[in-house]
Design a protein around this ligand. Structure first.
Ligand code: ASP
Length: 457
């Protein structure tokens, strides 16, 4: 049995709905379908989830919002009309549902936002089930509550509760094609709680793990996952296969094809993932698996992301001071800040984190606390940092991977601000200034992939 998740662009219009139906009909093993809210139909379009966020903000700010409700309903009406479905009743229900959520959660902004955001996928799943039924398929909408997707009560940041998996198993006994909305679950107290943005991937993975699917198919709008951001390099190599660990590293650091939190459930359950293109379903796609043969190519991919900063502290004889690192990270923990890397030297330590966590008065408070509580000689925060990850399981046994990167940077006259390699040796991190990041990624691509390509051609 296959669980197939369709992302926002795959369910953005009537034409895309038709493609989804053809994909579902072409393989009877595709029994569980998870859908996103309608995404962008073209570059300038607005995702329904973003319209719903606008709606929530208008309500919270006491602004007029009826036109936003109409704009949201128009997206679904457009799909229904294009499919020649009589959906007037469904559209009225949609508007009534949004108004009711606004009334119910008027005093709780977090809950209001989550309830509104979730309705994007919820109504799309209803519409998809309705459409599939109109084609004669035995399709049923299943709400996350009925499916058993129970989550922690953290608005916008839900995490699955283990007890969900027992309940999800029972979905196997249901007949027909089940259409489940992605992106949200229910707290044990019965509230709608959403996963982080892009979280329909997470729902798909949870459902796949829960029902013990043979494959989790993730339908998106690219033929495969590429070894590097395809907007930076012409015709980059397509990845046929990649391991869970490699994918985790790449998606965490900038590969937006697959949500980084979505891997855990399928990884634990040992279910292979196939990333495929709704617009070209015959393309083989990319398989995410536990093990692969990496031949003599140690690097699987290169990813990058911007928006980081580094808190750099130095103190003479830091290496002799027992507990220094713990105290430094303890201050960040107290302040509710998560960090990405913490490279250190004998008298200095840097902590790299997402810069948006230091907004407001937090930055100064942290500097003051580190100065007074740790008596450091110097502390400064460097902004505008980009992180580049060179990822590949084969790096563990390969010699010269770092040398190639540093030579490529030197040739391009790019200064490396920071280097870090974890003990897993599945990735190597380079910190560079944000303005140099695209050049740096291209230089690395040339270093690792272009020669092999040239040989093949
Ligand atoms: N619709 C949600 C978002 O735009 C979730 C998803 O599409 O995966 O973030």
């Amino acid at each position: 049995m296959k669980v197939a998740k369709f992302g926002g662009s795959s369910v953005a219009s009537a034409e895309q709905f038709r493609k989804v139906a053809r994909i579902v009909q072409s393989d009877e093993e595709r029994r569980m379908i998870v859908v996103s809210a309608p995404g962008k139909r073209h570059k300038e379009d607005i995702k329904v989830t973003d319209l719903l966020i606008q709606l929530g903000e208008a309500v919270i700010n006491g602004e007029a919002y009826e036109t936003i409700i109409e704009a949201i309903a128009a997206r679904y009406a457009d799909i229904a009309n294009g499919l020649e479905l009589y959906a007037a009743e469904m559209l009225e229900q949609l508007k009534a549902d949004l108004r009711q959520k606004i009334a119910t959660y008027s005093s709780s902004h977090d809950r209001l936002m989550d309830a509104l955001k979730a309705s994007g996928e919820d109504h799309n799943a209803r519409l998809m089930a309705f459409y599939l039924r109109s084609l004669g398929l035995d399709a049923h909408y299943v709400s996350p509550r009925e499916a058993g997707i129970f989550v922690t009560d953290e608005p916008g940041n839900a995490q699955i509760l283990q007890e969900s998996y027992e309940k999800l198993k029972q979905l196997r006994n249901r007949s027909g094609i089940l259409v489940i909305p992605g992106f949200f679950g229910y707290s044990l107290t019965g509230h709608i709680v959403t996963f982080p943005r892009g979280g329909s991937d997470i729902t798909g993975s949870i459902v796949a793990a829960g029902v013990g699917a043979d494959v989790y198919e993730n339908f998106t709008d690219v033929d495969s996952i590429y070894c590097v951001n395809p907007t930076l390099v012409n015709h980059p190599r397509q990845l046929k296969e990649i391991t869970y660990r490699e994918m985790r590293e790449l998606s965490y650091s900038g590969f937006s094809v697959f949500h980084d939190e979505a891997l855990e459930p399928v990884y634990k359950a040992g279910i292979p993932v196939c990333v495929k293109n709704t617009n070209n379903p015959d393309a083989p796609g990319t398989w995410i698996v536990a093990k692969r043969d990496h031949g003599n190519e140690p690097v699987a991919g290169i990813a990058s992301d911007t928006g980081f900063c580094s808190i750099n502290v130095s103190k003479y004889l830091m290496n002799r001071e027992i507990g220094f690192g713990r105290k430094l990270l303890g201050i960040l923990e107290d302040e509710g800040i998560s960090y990405e890397h913490a490279p250190s030297g004998i008298d200095n330590m840097s902590v790299i984190l997402r810069a948006n966590q230091l907004e407001g008065e937090k930055e100064q408070r942290i500097i003051d606390r580190i100065q007074t509580e740790l008596q450091v000689d110097d502390i400064h925060i460097e902004y505008g940092l980009a992180l580049i990850m060179v990822v590949g399981e084969g790096m563990e046994r390969a010699i010269g991977v770092a040398a190639k990167a540093t030579a490529a940077f030197a040739k391009e006259k790019i200064n490396i601000e920071m280097i870090n390699q974890g003990s897993s040796e599945v990735s190597m991190m380079f910190g560079v200034k944000e303005e140099a990041v695209n050049r740096a990624v291209r230089a690395l691509y040339e270093a690792y992939f272009a020669p092999a390509y040239a040989q093949k051609e």
